[in-house]
Design a binder for this molecule. Structure first.
Ligand code: AMP
Length: 402
């Protein structure tokens, strides 16, 4: 993929230079006992540390920017990055200066007085109405703050915003950070010459979200294992009774066609954990084959788990996106956790294993296997678009290697 021919921060000479870095600090916040907003989960901040530390050590003036949440193009204290600056300071062990603007005189002054190796964090880029509109004027103003631009926000790379895409056109050099580079390397390995057998596992609520991925992966994989609510759309399309399970009625024909085109590569659940209601308290039971009226499928059953496990353990390459059931409810989490475990075992056997999407990442983390797979992607939407074969605007805009 052409994206691997983009500059990376290792190609840059940053000593004494102002380096504007787009990171993904879109972290959850919570109130502490005193009612102050603090970072509830700092995973995304930690993921950006290798890039930040490398730039500091190389003597760059590091200017960080990110979005957080969905403020409506104007300042909103609920979404300020100030709590992120405090957490980043703790993690780095050095002072992080927070500037409560994105562009303008205050930002310029703060940057002018920065020492080499210093770190500044700008306020939420989405406080500016030009960010999500990819306003060229905002992009130009951002670019003026810097000598070099680095994009390390893989999770936002599928969006053409001023801080993720526009700005790259107004700087001399725009490069990938280490997190971005790692994501692109692992995801590219899935699409280009993956080792076979290559098994993809897709789950989650909707077929409609995953059609592009299914189409792009089918010619590449040996098996596509389907779970979660999306499997009921397929099963119904093939003439099975799925009871009260969640189905996308307007996708039945498409699902049937995909299944036919796949010529046996797609595996669907053969048994299900069902209940009369969407509730952890509802009496759950296992049924094989068709689901009786009045019951809904909420997880894959034990035979399906065994079948999927066998496929995963034989694989040399595995990619997983989307839970196998309503894993947020303990009674319907077994299938999802079993897939997480199978991925960890496949990794031990030498397979390349990649997990992405918010729910699958949460599940594999809860199951305790997150550090036993080859790569946990930080991108949900970005990972899906990459696997669909789409070009990610935040990547395409970066400078090509000579
Ligand atoms: P997605 O955002 O498309 O990855 O879907 C994830 C959501 O799908 C999770 O919140 C799951 O609880 C939900 N889900 C998975 N399996 C089922 C199912 N069988 N019935 C209803 N919801 C499901």
């Amino acid at each position: 993929m052409s994206t691997l021919r983009k500059l990376t921060i290792d190609d840059l000479d940053v000593k004494g230079k102002r380096v504007l870095v787009r990171v993904d600090f879109n972290v959850p916040l919570k109130e502490d006992e005193q009612g102050n907003l603090v970072v509830a989960d700092d995973t995304r901040i930690r993921e950006a540390l290798p890039t930040i530390r490398a730039l500091m050590q190389a003597g760059a003036k590091v200017i960080l920017m990110s979005h957080l949440g969905r403020p409506k193009g104007q300042p909103d204290p609920k979404y300020s990055l100030a709590p992120v600056a405090r957490r980043l300071e703790e993690l780095l062990g050095v002072r992080v200066r927070f500037v409560s603007n994105i562009v303008g005189e205050a930002v310029r002054q703060a940057i002018n007085s920065m020492p080499e190796g210093g770190v500044i964090l700008l306020e939420n880029t989405r406080f500016h109405p030009g960010e999500t509109k990819n306003d060229p004027e905002l992009a130009r103003q951002l670019a003026e703050l810097a000598d070099v631009y680095v994009n390390d926000a893989f999770g936002s790379a599928h969006r053409a915003h001023a801080s993720t895409e526009g700005v790259a056109h107004y700087v001399k050099q725009a490069a990938m950070g280490y997190l971005m580079k790692r994501e692109v390397e692992y995801l590219s390995r899935l699409l280009e010459n993956p080792e076979h057998p290559f098994v993809a596992i897709l789950g989650g609520a909707k077929v409609s979200d995953k059609i592009g991925v299914i189409k792009n992966l089918l010619p590449r994989v040996d098996r596509l294992l389907i779970g979660g609510a999306m499997s009921y759309t397929f099963l119904k399309a093939l003439g099975h009774n799925v009871g009260a399970s969640r189905v996308e009625e307007d996708r039945l024909e498409e699902a049937r066609q995909l299944y036919e085109e796949a010529q046996g590569k797609i595996l669907l659940p053969v048994d299900h954990v069902v209940a009369p209601e969407f509730s952890n308290e509802a009496p759950a039971q296992v049924v094989e084959g068709d689901i009786p009226d009045g019951l809904m499928g909420l997880d894959i059953g034990p035979k399906t788990i065994e079948r999927y496990r066998e496929e995963i353990l034989q694989a040399r390459t595995v990619v997983w996106n989307g839970p196998m059931g309503v894993f947020e409810m303990p009674n319907f989490a077994k299938g999802t956790f079993a897939i997480a475990e199978a991925l960890a075992e496949a990794t031990d056997r030498g397979a390349l294993t990649v997990v992405g999407g918010g729910d699958s990442v949460a599940a594999i983390t809860q199951a305790g296997y997150a550090d036993r797979v080859s790569h946990v992607s930080t991108g949900g939407g970005a990972m899906l678009e990459f696997l669909e074969g789409k070009e990610l605007p935040g990547l395409v805009a970066l400078t090509d290697k000579k």
